[in-house]
Design a binder for this molecule. Structure first.
Ligand code: ATP
Length: 874
């Protein structure tokens, strides 16, 4: 017997009654009971492909098609051993790919859960912040601009409220909302008394009564899903994917030509020739490359998450590694956002305030009457202080928490009802409330509040505010007005307020931010502070933090006077921007980009979204940031800390390096193997390695060894290199040279050893076994060479390597011993037991190879270090 009248058509009281709720919220017990009854407020997750499909997808690859075709051909030719070997390799390769991909997807899934939104809710009459999943019908939710609506809500209190409901209605213009009921048959977009789950609050504040959760919400009903796991890819990986595809086709074409040449011109036996050509294709195609690159990304994402930087959009992992300028907020990012009121000034004089943290006890000297200031501080305030085990915590804005603590130090402030309020907005920079006894209390930026005050000495108070700011204090001014009526008339405030006084708040810089700024500067990255705070405060904090040019400050008003061309010039010489609004951030990003810089920009408010989207790497604050900012951002900082940005840059550079290492290792190795076979075919010589051996090398050992590079730690000196240029290509001349050099050395070593063994009178099978082992040994030495792309490999650090490197080397070595010496495997791979002395010779040749490539690298790095060179190898 459900009531036919829908919630949007009920009055707020009727809605509360229907859900047996009160404006002060549910009790904790009642909420727990309802949670058990209704279940968590969660939408079903987008289902990812099932394991069977995921496994089958591993076979969707040009090389695998070729191999399957080859298996059929060898079966027709009745070369059963070859058929078996090919199928075994195909299967092993698919299993390895399947496991790797599963790990990567799981990593991304775990990251997503870190981003689960929270909601501010009233429970037992107190404001608490809860995971959105814990909401139940009857809960009272508090919302402000930038919040994502966590469930379907009946609005029971609204101030200047508007929401963007595009995900439900397709309408991108925000809709104004209030508490009045609407017609029962109103369309979804016209139900202005409701806020819908998943939509964004674009302005104002609200209280809402939860009327539906989880799949009962509108978005749940139309089958909305949580954002699924994003595909693990970035521009670079996509580029390489394409490259690998085209390369595969090219190689197949060349293989077909080789087949035709060998058969029609060389008159070779078709069966053997066919297998040899398959060997060339397998050797040359970098089949493991895309998979290993994906793993590299997944590991990078996890490493960043450990450093409190959560990647929302994967391409950002590349972008953050290349930033050349970081624009950062001040409050909470460079500073601790643990505020304490330290100074007060009224017409009576100046006072110092003592006490630590949010504890509302401390001394104010000299003694004086600060009751009016305390009343304004306590009542024009949305925060709450809680005590737990002797510790004081703030719920809400830390600055407002500090104001409550200050009021507590002055004395008890009697509570008052609130008739109306103008919420704080970074554009008008003040907040006002109207209490039950007709008192309008205003707090805000001093120049803004002073402008609203009547007959006082403006010049004097501006000077006083300036003096406090110069000490690095955040300054607030307070004013009041007695009025009639129950609405605040914003126009009547202008010029009609009575000034009360100023408060100065300490917000100390974070020690780790000072360190991180220095690290960024060593890494050739400029750091710029963009804050809504006063110019004096900003400059003082900038000097404490160690910005390069803390003295020059441009304010939002200064920026408005510059056109885009002038701004593009100025922006290079100024590191501190004060009293800015979100629109200025967008202009600054554009101006910096016009100088060819790669920009990281932080943001927290709903209006920061355009700047975050425009930046090369948009970074939102995880703690104080709005959902709107998080959704627009590429990265979210779990701890709001500037040091985490520097850590993300470091990890981003590491990922880029590792991707390059994976590529620089794979391509020359493939080219080397392929050259050996092609040369033998063209010269009509015996193959130094058999096709089945090539399958083994390429699909088993190479993928295993290459994977080690995905786990490479940050190279020393990574943060003392300048940023790589924007859009730096990956396939550079240097890489091409490396491919040629290493492929040449592979050919020389393998052919040399093979011919030497034949000359010594060994059998063909024995010589081939030696050549196969030679290739694997070269791969291992090449791995140690590539690990230190920017430095020398001849340090203890480099030799000690990492656990992963040694694990794969030991695994691969053991596997090589097995295929060389175990009879059953010998039968499949056509190998023979290599004499011990030759084993040593093979390793010896590996050492010579390593010496040659290492010396070549040192010469190359040395040349770069000459005058005019970069800091690359510092
Ligand atoms: P950032 O985080 O970018 O460093 P900010 O947090 O200092 O900037 P805003 O939040 O835009 O910048 O605040 C700008 C100014 O508005 C502050 O310096 C302060 O004077 C005033 N202000 C901030 N919060 C409030 C508030 N809740 N009520 C009244 N005034 C406020």
């Amino acid at each position: 017997m459900t009531d036919p009248v829908p919630f949007h058509a009920l009055s707020t009281d009727e809605a509360l009654t229907r859900l047996n709720a009160r404006p002060t919220g549910l009790t904790r017990d009642e909420a727990a009971r309802r949670l058990a009854e209704h279940g968590p407020n969660r939408l079903p997750e987008a289902r990812s492909r099932g394991p069977v499909l995921r496994f089958l997808a591993q076979f969707d690859n040009v090389l695998i098609y070729v191999l399957l075709a080859a298996a059929v051909v060898t079966a027709v030719l009745q070369h059963w051993v070859d058929t078996g070997a090919i199928l075994a390799v195909v299967l092993t390769n698919a299993v390895i790919g399947f496991i790797q991909e599963g790990k990567a997807e799981a990593a991304m899934g775990a990251i997503r859960s870190l981003l689960a939104p929270k909601a501010a809710v009233l429970r037992d009459g107190q404001r608490v912040s809860l995971p959105g999943a814990d909401l139940v019908p009857g809960d009272i939710v508090l919302l402000e601009a930038g919040d994502k609506v966590p469930a379907d809500l009946r609005v029971i209190e609204a101030r200047g409220l508007a929401a963007q409901e595009a995900i439900l209605t397709g309408e991108s213009v925000p809709v104004e909302k209030d508490t009045r009921p609407v017609a029962a048959d109103a369309a979804l977009g016209d139900r202005r008394s409701m806020l819908w789950s998943g939509t964004l609050v674009t302005q104002g504040t609200a209280r809402g009564l939860v009327v539906a959760t989880g799949q009962g919400t509108e978005i749940g009903r139309i089958g909305g899903l949580l954002a699924g796991v994003e595909q693990l890819t970035t521009p670079l990986v996509q580029q390489m994917d394409h490259f690998a595809r085209w390369l595969s086709l090219l190689i197949l074409l060349i293989s077909a030509l080789l087949l035709a040449y060998g058969y029609f011109v060389g008159h070779q036996d078709f069966g053997a020739l066919f297998m040899a050509v398959i060997g060339v294709a397998v050797a040359a195609i970098p089949e493991g490359l895309p998979a290993v690159m994906t793993i590299t990304l997944a590991i990078g994402v996890q490493a960043m998450a450990r450093r409190n930087a959560i990647v929302r959009r994967l391409p950002a992992i590349e972008a953050i590694g290349s930033v050349s300028v970081i624009c950062t907020d001040k409050t909470g990012t460079l500073t601790r956002n643990e505020m304490v009121v330290a100074a007060a000034e009224t017409a009576e004089g100046a006072f110092t305030v003592s006490g630590d943290g949010y504890e509302p006890r401390g001394k104010i000297t000299p003694a004086g009457d600060l009751a009016r200031l305390a009343r304004a501080a306590a009542l024009c305030n949305d925060a709450a202080l809680h005590e737990r085990d002797g510790q004081w915590f703030v719920e809400g804005d830390p600055m407002e928490g500090a104001l409550l603590a200050f009021a507590g130090k002055v004395g008890e402030v009697p509570p008052a009802t609130r008739l109306d309020a103008v919420p704080f907005d970074s554009r008008h920079r003040y907040m006002a409330v109207l209490t039950g006894d007709g008192l309008t209390l205003v707090k805000g930026a001093p120049e803004r509040v002073l402008r609203m005050c009547g007959d006082i000495d403006h010049a004097h108070w501006h000077d006083r505010a300036e003096a406090l700011a110069r000490q690095g204090l955040r300054v607030l001014a307070f004013a009041e007005r007695q009025q009639a009526g129950d609405r605040i008339d914003a126009k009547a405030l202008e010029g009609g307020l009575r000034f009360i006084g100023l408060l100065g708040l300490i917000d100390p810089p974070r020690a780790e931010a000072i360190e991180a700024v220095a690290e960024c500067r060593r890494a050739g990255i400029r750091v710029k502070m963009i804050t809504g705070d006063h110019a004096g405060t900003a400059a003082a904090i900038a000097a404490q933090i160690g910005l390069a040019q803390p003295g020059r400050v441009l304010t939002g008003a200064d920026l408005d006077k510059l056109d885009d061309a002038q701004l593009a010039l100025e922006v290079m010489d100024v590191d501190v921007f004060a009293r800015t609004s979100p629109e200025h951030k967008l202009r600054l990003v554009t101006a910096l980009q016009a100088n060819g810089l790669s920009v990281a920009m932080t943001g927290d408010g709903v209006n920061d979204a355009p700047a975050l989207k425009r930046a090369d790497a948009g970074i939102a604050m995880g703690l104080k940031g709005s959902e709107a900012a998080k959704e627009a951002a590429d990265l979210v900082l779990a701890d709001d800390n500037f040091a985490s940005i520097a850590a993300a840059v470091r990890e981003g550079r590491t990922v880029w390096d590792n991707l390059r290492k994976v590529i620089s290792w794979t391509l020359p190795t493939n080219a080397g193997e392929a050259s050996v076979v092609v040369l033998a075919l063209l010269l009509g010589l015996a193959l130094p390695v058999t096709p089945v051996q090539i399958l083994w090398i390429n699909l088993i050992t190479a993928v295993t060894l290459g994977l080690a590079l995905a786990f490479e730690p940050t190279e020393a000196g990574t943060m003392s290199r300048p940023p790589r240029p924007r859009n730096a290509p990956i396939l550079t001349g240097g890489l091409v040279w490396q491919v040629i050099l290493i492929a040449g050395l592979f050919v020389a070593a393998t052919f040399g050893l093979f011919n030497y063994a034949i000359d010594q009178g060994y059998s063909l099978a024995m010589a081939q076994t030696m050549a196969m082992n030679m290739i694997v040994v070269l791969e291992i030495f090449n791995l140690f060479f590539i690990r230190n792309m920017h430095g020398t490999s001849l340090t203890w650090e480099a030799v000690r390597g990492t656990k992963v490197v040694w694990t794969v080397v030991i695994l691969v070595t053991a596997a090589q011993f097995a295929v060389t010496y175990l009879p059953p495997l010998q039968a499949i791979l056509g190998t023979e037991a290599v004499p011990f002395g030759y084993g040593l010779l093979i390793v010896g040749i590996g050492v010579v190879f390593f010496a040659v490539v290492e010396i070549e690298k040192q010469i190359r790095l040395g040349l770069r270090d000459r005058p005019g060179g970069t800091e690359e190898s510092a």
